[in-house]
Design a protein around this ligand. Structure first.
Ligand code: B4P
Length: 187
């Protein structure tokens, strides 16, 4: 099963993705986590990505598509994957469709977490106070929200055409949201 979690920064993609992947018994892949690990390890990928991430911009598509292709072609990606934070642009979504089609597979579900903008900012500032992530400052958060509306929101129409979007209210208690998400991808 190939499942994507789509949502604005702070919508709970990482939080919910981990729980859902464990329940479905498939690996969870977060492009954000992979990029942060690369930055931490000072790899060539991390050096390329850091400037974009700190400014709240997307890392260029060719870099991200190469990263995802490697995972989907590996043993770990063979039986299905839950992706959070990917895809984020229409070219990324088109690329994953091509990669999966070559394996006679397709995207099964795209869960869209819907959260009010005020709550998104509150969560990210709260995380900034707790974890000090370098892109969780007000300027970068505003930029990430702009990028979401301009570059990622068009994916909703892209996947609506495939009939795979499951809209999930993402406000409230983490466990309650998880229950809604499980129901949505089981439908
Ligand atoms: P990500 O790591 O994906 O970060 P994000 O969109 O900001 O959301 P995140 O996953 O952290 O937040 P979440 O909603 O889980 O990306 C970071 C950067 O990497 C991007 O800006 C970009 O530069 C780059 N990147 C990543 N993927 C890319 C791609 N495909 N293409 C190009 N560039 C890419 O949760 C946020 C907080 O809310 C957490 O602290 C959590 O504890 C809290 N929370 C969650 N649910 C809650 C709830 N119900 N109630 C209260 N708090 C909650």
């Amino acid at each position: 099963m190939y499942v994507m979690i789509l949502g604005a920064p702070g919508s709970g993609k990482g939080t919910q993705g981990k729980l859902l992947a464990a329940q479905l018994g498939i690996p969870q892949i977060s492009t954000g986590d992979l990029l942060r690990a690369a930055v931490r390890d000072g790899t060539p990928l991390g050096k390329q990505a850091k400037g974009y991430m700190d400014q709240g911009l997307l890392v260029p598509d060719d870099i991200i598509i190469g990263l995802i292709r490697e995972i989907l072609d590996s043993e770990a990606g063979r039986g299905g994957v839950l992706m959070d934070g990917f895809p984020r642009t229409v070219p990324q979504a088109e690329a994953v469709d091509r990669i999966l089609a070559a394996k006679h597979a397709r995207v099964d579900h795209v869960a869209l977490l819907e959260v009010d903008e005020q709550e998104l900012v509150r969560r990210l500032l709260d995380r900034a106070a707790k974890e000090g992530r370098s892109d969780d400052n007000l300027q970068s958060i505003r930029q990430r929200l702009r990028v979401f509306h301009e570059q990622t929101a068009p994916l909703i129409a892209f996947y609506d055409q495939q009939g795979v979007v499951r809209r999930v209210p993402g406000m409230g208690d983490i466990d309650a949201i998880q229950q809604r998400l499980r129901k949505a991808v089981a439908a």
